[in-house]
Ligand binder design. Structure first.
Ligand code: AMP
Ligand code: ZN
Length: 466
């Protein structure tokens, strides 16, 4: 597979640290609110990445954190904790809020056919690991204690900006208004590893530590969770582009200082989903969720298709018009794939030929739109029999995950309803004509299809036989 690596700023051949095995880490959600469809664009891309690697024959070990502590509202090292703010607003405890939005997040995963990572670890699970990690950084001279907090000393690194090749002042992504100067820091770029003092005092979750009662900074969890489950060598780390700085930059700084060697080889970032006002963001509010799309009558998989139609490294602007188009394409596509029969014998040569073409596309830095073109080419190839087409669709859908061969239950129910109602009408006419043989025949016919009729004074009702 060739993949664009943010670290080297070019496409590279993917070679894992251990043959045949991929260690992959994904920055998980901050669970103080619903995930918006922008967040989910990143997770769809990561899902495609994981499924492509599996399709290529790798065993993928994938880990994701759930940020249920210490995510600050200004995204600098100061400001209010988003989790605490949300808990207060909803009159719930922080942990109740975390559970509620974590469940909602994975409901969205299900609706969008995103595979859950093998290991999911809430940040609050590993406080002891963070403390040990920070102690080591202090021992090695990469961290210092100041004003009640422990900070990472970025001046100790040869190149802190390794992921961005930019100086902080020039950063476009990640630098946000409201970044305040913290007088406790030696260097402006230093970041907190552990807080015991912040201007926001009423934290609900605090833990004992050698530096006093406090809580972790918001980068430490990803380094520690990743190392706990995936060891010292990580193959792929992914997230949205806004994670590049400061989050991933800080993750690299602290992890490599701790380990004393290179930590992760490939950094993969998904571009943003924008709305007409710019980047869709949780803190701005007024964003779109999967449930909202469903309420408006959209199949969530139409949104998945919309994401796959564009390249993950290009910004995507969301409009309802483009979603309407994606829905129309999705329905047309499914009509075609669902009408495929099992007729014919599998043509192995053509199967391999198309499968290779599809593989080439997804392995080319996840070119999902070209992969979709291969799918359309299969469907319109007159020389291919239905059996071969169906097998190819099944195979491609292991990566695309658009449920291309899955019948829509709701639609079946609608079709069934129509059919039974017609039969009841026919039977009523037969009864009126005193043709009881035909009436009984219709009843039997329906029974064979697991439909039971009941004649009541108000008319005939029906139910499915369980
Ligand atoms: P959060 O829950 O805000 O920490 O974000 C979860 C993931 O979504 C991170 O990988 C972010 O980089 C990513 N993300 C946030 N906003 C967007 C957006 N508008 N488009 C694509 N990805 C995003
Ligand atoms: Zn992270």
């Amino acid at each position: 597979m060739r993949i664009y690596n943010t670290l080297t700023r070019r496409q590279e051949e993917f070679i894992p640290y251990e043959k045949g095995v991929v260690r992959m880490y994904t920055c998980g959600p901050t669970v103080y609110h619903y995930a918006h469809i922008g967040n989910l664009r990143s997770y769809i891309m990561e899902d495609i990445l994981e499924k492509t690697l599996i399709y290529d024959g790798y065993k993928v070990k994938r880990v994701m954190n759930i940020t249920d502590v210490g995510h600050l509202s200004s995204d600098s090292d100061s400001g209010n904790d988003k989790m605490v703010e949300s808990a207060k607003k909803n009159h719930k405890s922080v942990m109740e809020i975390a559970k509620f939005y974590t469940d909602a997040f994975f409901d969205d995963f299900k609706k969008l056919n995103i595979k859950k990572p093998e290991i999911i670890e809430p940040a609050t699970n590993l406080i002891d690991d963070y403390i040990k990690f920070i102690k080591t950084l202090l021992d090695k001279g990469y961290a210092y204690f100041s004003g009640g907090n422990v900070y990472f000393d970025t001046s100790k690194l040869k190149d802190y900006y390794v992921l961005t090749n930019h100086k902080e002042d020039e950063m476009v992504v990640g630098v946000r208004e409201g970044v305040e100067n913290d007088p406790n820091k030696k260097n402006q770029a230093d970041f907190a590893l552990w807080f015991t003092k912040s201007k926001f005092e009423d934290q609900e979750l605090k833990w004992d530590s050698p530096w006093g009662l406090g809580y972790p900074g918001w980068h430490i969890e990803c380094s520690c969770i990743s190392m706990k489950h995936l060891g010292e060598h990580l193959d792929i780390h992914c997230g949205g582009v806004d994670n590049i700085f400061p989050h991933h930059t800080n993750e690299i700084a602290q992890s490599e200082a701790y380990l004393g060697h290179k930590w992760c080889n490939y950094w993969v970032h998904c571009e943003h989903l924008n709305d007409k006002n710019g980047k869709m963001s949780k803190s701005k509010g007024g964003f779109l969720t999967v449930s909202l799309l469903e309420e408006k009558g959209y199949n969530p998989l139409a949104y998945r298709l919309m994401c796959l139609q564009s390249h993950y490294r290009k910004q995507l602007v969301f409009t309802f018009e483009s979603l309407d188009n994606a829905l129309t394409s999705y329905n047309k596509l499914k009509n075609k794939t669902l009408s495929l029969t099992n007729e014919g014998v599998l043509d192995k040569t053509e199967f391999d030929n198309y499968k290779n073409k599809f593989k080439e596309c997804i392995n080319d830095d996840m070119n999902t739109s070209s992969a979709l073109t291969v799918l359309y080419d299969v469907l319109k190839d007159d020389k291919l029999n239905d059996k071969t087409k169906k097998e190819l669709v099944k195979s491609f859908d292991e990566v695309l995950s658009l449920d291309l061969l899955k019948k829509d239950d709701k639609k079946i129910d609608k079709d069934l309803e129509k059919y039974v109602e017609e039969k009841i009408k026919e039977r009523n006419i037969a009864k009126k004509n005193k043709d009881y043989t035909l009436a009984d025949k219709i009843r039997e016919e329906l029974k064979e299809k697991n439909i039971e009729l009941k004649d009541t004074r108000e008319g005939t009702t029906w139910s499915k036989i369980a």
